[in-house]
Design a binder for this molecule. Structure first.
Ligand SMILES: [Zn+2]
Length: 352
């Protein structure tokens, strides 16, 4: 499939490799970001000190050294441990705010972050503390930084559906502050269909649905997320390359995939970035987007993900603009907002 004609119409040197300045200025959305995964070691230490918590690391450098993962589970084990420094409303505010400042530096104009209430409620933190801290920062982000957002509540899939239903129930006072529910944590052995009832109830509340599927799990999980959970985006979804029928379906339906290239290589879904299929999928006509997943743990924010594609997959300016446009048009923002971003994109390309 060819890139949309308007990109070549407005963009000079569309076949040149995308450079950092071009990538940074591209208006883009981030659609796959776990707030708990944006906890940088420096902030983790500051929060630990503020809350009088002893960390199992001697220094910020020791934390970064510990982030040498061999699969998804080895990452999750350390991830849940680090989240323990988040205790107060101000902690959740500071975490979210530091991520929004990162967005501002990267040309991210809109973000739809995930958070995992169960990671916090299961260790005795009130769900109101989590919600109010995050929501206050998102509102400040919109007012002070001009970054719009839509919050997504994720269920932890290694826990039961009953626990997911209880979480949804506890979140009901905040349903108007959410755009969607999602599904994350350990994928293998925890198929999407385990959560059919929880997702059906969330949809009845007027929420949209997304789910992690086809990262380490099989292509069948992607079908199940679409057919059983009625998702409007698939998070990761890269294992679709194992199933030609699924690829055809993704092209036909234009189902967005929120792909996280650095996360995939750090968790050894691919041994090296040069093996990553994202640009092949893009050229085939699959609606792929670029995202950071857990930037504090995987050595890269969204910009570094775009840069890695330029460096290892010779991503062109045309492909970068196409991916960034996908991120904006696959968001849950209003049609009017998406149309405004398209014009912003055209204006940017014309002068880039
Ligand atoms: Zn993720």
């Amino acid at each position: 499939m060819n890139a949309p004609a308007w990109i070549d119409q407005h963009l000079k040197n569309p076949d040149a490799i995308a450079d950092e300045a071009f990538l940074r200025g591209l208006p883009k959305a981030e659609l796959h970001l776990h707030l708990e995964g944006a906890l940088e070691p420096e902030l983790m230490f500051a929060l630990a000190q503020r809350n009088g918590i002893e960390l199992p690391f001697a220094s910020v450098d020791a934390v970064r050294e510990a982030y040498d993962f061999h699969n998804l589970q080895s990452f999750l084990d350390i991830y849940y441990r680090c989240a323990d420094v988040l205790r107060t409303e101000q902690d959740f505010y500071d975490l979210t705010w530091s991520y929004l400042l990162q967005c501002q530096r990267q040309g991210v104009v809109h973000t739809e972050p995930f958070f995992d209430p169960q990671t916090h409620t299961d260790r005795g933190i009130d769900i109101d503390v989590v919600f109010t801290g995050i929501l206050r920062a998102l509102r400040d982000g919109e007012q002070q930084l001009g970054i719009s957002s839509g919050l997504i509540l994720c269920f932890l899939r290694h826990l039961s559906e009953e626990a997911a239903l209880a979480t949804l129930d506890a979140a009901k006072p905040y349903v108007n502050d959410l755009v969607a529910v999602g599904l994350d944590s350990s994928e293998v052995g925890h198929p999407p269909l385990k959560f059919e009832q929880a997702f059906a109830q969330a949809r009845e509340l007027g929420l949209k649905a997304v789910a992690h599927a086809g990262e380490e799990g099989p292509a069948q999980y992607i079908w199940d997320a679409m057919d059983g959970l009625k998702v409007e985006r698939v998070d990761h979804g890269v294992r679709c390359t194992d199933d030609p029928e699924l690829i055809k379906n993704l092209i036909k339906t234009q189902m967005p995939l929120t792909v996280c290239p650095l996360s995939n290589t750090r968790l050894k879904v691919y041994q090296h970035m040069s093996e990553h299929p994202i640009l092949t999928l893009l050229e085939q006509g699959v609606r792929v987007t670029v995202n950071s997943d857990d930037p504090a743990f995987f050595g890269g924010d969204v910009m570094q993900n775009y840069l890695a594609l330029a460096e290892h997959l010779t991503m062109t300016r045309r492909q970068a603009a196409w991916l960034a446009d996908h991120s904006l048009t696959s968001s849950f923002a209003s049609d009017a907002q998406i149309a405004a971003w398209r014009q912003q994109m055209i204006d940017y390309l014309a002068q880039a």
